[in-house]
Design a protein around this ligand. Structure first.
Ligand code: NAD
Length: 484
């Protein structure tokens, strides 16, 4: 029997303090069998006003933003060290609410946010906030100041990672932050609140408001919020942008994706088949940057199909707490039904389902069998919409220019990959792909690289210094004539 999180959080974290609250309790269910694994206090509209007022007041008082950068850095580092001690508990908590495999949580989904926490804690103290601009006659002090009150809204698929990529750079910059995590996965992030409180974060600076879209809409529309940082669907991103436009609030949007992997005829197909599986199937395919469209030359389509068929057949679907499991459940019955509708569509669309195409009948949770579909038309729903499940589409092409055209024929522009033994050709094609990230032969991005999308995959970037500067405003102060 797996050890599940057993959380009963009756208070809300508002203004850096746990306070009694009256909003509805949110029941969080383990996607593996639909058991309740935790109850967390949800926010109600009055809590949004209280949290934003606390953030506004703390920012205007200036206690945190005027704290010397080295001290902000030291405090955020203390919080990081507190969470560093909790890796096994964080991983179990995450698997309980998200259903990702415990191995994935332990090796990636928890360590990666902890690394990012450490990075932003450090950057708070080393960043050059002031710069001198001198034209020979006059000089200006160009200084970077925190953007103000930040509203952060996050999805369910990275319950710690996405909040960290917003809360930490914003706090590092000196902002006050109100976070609204997804109601599906509000448990693990509570530990971030405890860690920041224990580290000594001043009153008012950070709040967490678990809740649904209505709470999110109220928060992003609040006149006292200076910047909104959102990760989630493109549909919600469009709504948020509109809500922010009236007051010209700053926005960072990390939205959907439908990333293409371009396989060239000279690619090392064994390596491709091995590396594309985690890139497409991580989190059971519930990742924004999942490489779910494989563009394959007709000349080697059969070979690619054989290798991927083999790789798909070897995937084990099952209990995410079990070490042998590759594919855990999807987040909810709604998501499972949505993916099922794509599988049904595939059957009627003329595409060929090579593996899977159905859901396991012997399991209680929200499982979908890993599914490989070939001869997918790039204009079909299968290739144009986010499926967010363990489904890979093969799309044949005749030549390089068609491959580039197909990769770019999408409203999204998040990620992509090129697979070839010819490094120069790979780079040339990577430059033609209209996405924020491209992986040559499945290589990982260097730490500190920007993460984000072109087109309707978003606005702005997260990670590294690119994910810090959006929490700063730039001010030029005319200092007077240059004294020689
Ligand atoms: P979602 O858009 O339904 O919800 C995301 C969050 O926004 C939730 O907290 C939700 O309650 C809230 N929300 C929904 N509508 C809102 C609105 N109009 N105003 C304010 N808040 C609102 O997305 P989801 O189903 O939770 O997550 C899956 C989506 O997230 C996918 O589209 C995926 O591609 C995307 N995503 C993108 C990235 C990225 O970095 N680009 C990373 C992870 C997930």
């Amino acid at each position: 029997m797996p050890v599940l999180a057993d959380v009963n959080q009756e208070n809300l974290f508002i203004g850096s303090r746990w306070l009694p609250a009256n909003g509805p309790m949110i029941e969080v269910r383990y996607p593996g069998d639909n058991r309740v694994v935790g109850r967390v206090r949800g926010a109600q509209p009055a809590d949004v006003d209280t949290a934003v007022a606390a953030a506004r007041a703390s920012f205007d008082r200036g206690e945190w933003r005027r704290t010397p950068a080295e001290e902000r850095s030291a405090l955020l580092l203390r919080a990081t060290e507190i969470l560093d001690q909790q890796l096994p508990e964080l991983a179990r908590s995450m698997t309980s609410e998200l259903g990702c495999t415990l191995a994935f949580a332990t090796q990636h989904h928890v360590p990666s946010p902890l690394r990012n926490m450490r990075f932003y804690a450090g950057l708070a103290g080393t960043y050059e906030y002031d710069e001198k601009v001198d034209d020979g006659t006059n000089w200006s002090l160009v200084t970077r100041e925190p953007v103000g009150v930040v509203a952060a809204v996050t999805p369910w698929n990275a319950p710690l990672g996405t909040p960290v990529l917003k809360v930490m750079p914003a706090l590092a910059a000196g902002c006050s932050v109100v976070l609204k995590p997804s109601p599906e996965t509000p448990i693990t992030v509570q530990r971030l609140a405890y860690a920041l409180q224990e580290a000594g974060l001043p009153e008012g600076v950070f709040s967490i408001l678990p809740g649904g879209a209505a709470i999110g809409q109220q928060l992003v529309s609040h006149p006292d919020v200076d910047k909104v940082t959102f990760t989630g669907s493109t549909a919600a991103g469009r709504d948020i942008m509109q809500r922010c436009s009236g007051r010209v609030a700053r926005v960072t949007l990390e939205l959907g994706g439908k990333s293409a992997a371009i396989v060239l005829p000279d690619a090392d197909l064994d390596m491709f088949a091995r590396k594309i599986m985690p890139m497409a199937m991580m989190l059971s395919g519930q990742a924004c940057n999942a490489q779910t469209r494989v563009l394959v030359p007709r000349s080697i389509q059969g070979e690619v199909e054989d290798r991927l068929t083999d790789a798909f057949r070897r995937l084990t679907v099952g209990d995410p707490f079990d070490e042998a499991t590759d594919i855990g459940p999807l987040i909810s019955s709604t998501q499972r039904d949505r993916v099922q509708s794509f599988l049904d569509f595939a059957t009627s669309s003329g595409a060929r389902t090579l593996v899977g195409g159905d859901v396991p009948t012997d399991r209680e949770g929200w499982f979908v069998n890993p599914t490989l579909i070939s001869d997918v038309d790039n204009t079909s729903r299968l290739a144009q919409e986010e499926i967010f499940g363990p489904v890979l589409s093969l799309i044949p092409f005749d030549d390089e220019s068609e491959a580039i055209h197909l990769a770019n024929a999408s409203i999204y522009g998040l990620s992509g990959s090129v697979w070839t033994e010819d490094a120069e050709r790979g780079l040339r094609i990577a430059r033609e792909i209209r996405t924020g990230m491209v992986h040559l032969n499945g290589h990982g991005l260097a730490k500190g690289s920007p993460f984000g999308g072109y087109k309707q995959s978003g606005i702005g970037r997260e990670m590294g210094v690119y994910g810090f500067e959006p929490y700063l405003e730039t001010k030029a102060i005319a200092m007077g004539p240059v004294v020689s």
